[in-house]
Design a protein around this ligand. Structure first.
Ligand SMILES: [Zn+2]
Length: 77
């Protein structure tokens, strides 16, 4: 197993998509792949714009994993 494969396991969404990421990003102490990181950033941006949990028509574009991470980390007003 290569070092990239080992690192990729730290992102819970990975293992399903190929090729695996070669670089991981950190979000609040959670290691995620760049795709998940970008989606977390975007979902958080929308959440803050809307001011509450985005509607289902927006949520469907984001994985359960991304939604869960944002739910747990966002500053709910
Ligand atoms: Zn991933």
């Amino acid at each position: 197993m290569s070092i990239y494969q080992e690192k990729a396991k730290e992102c819970k969404c990975c293992g399903k998509h190929v090729p695996l990421p070669t670089v991981l990003k950190e979000y609040n102490g959670i290691m995620v792949c760049p795709t998940t990181f970008a989606n977390i950033t975007e979902y958080t941006r929308i959440w803050n714009t809307v001011g509450s949990r985005p509607s289902g028509s927006i949520r469907k574009h984001f994985s359960e994993y991304v939604q869960q991470i944002v739910e747990n980390n966002i500053d709910k007003k």
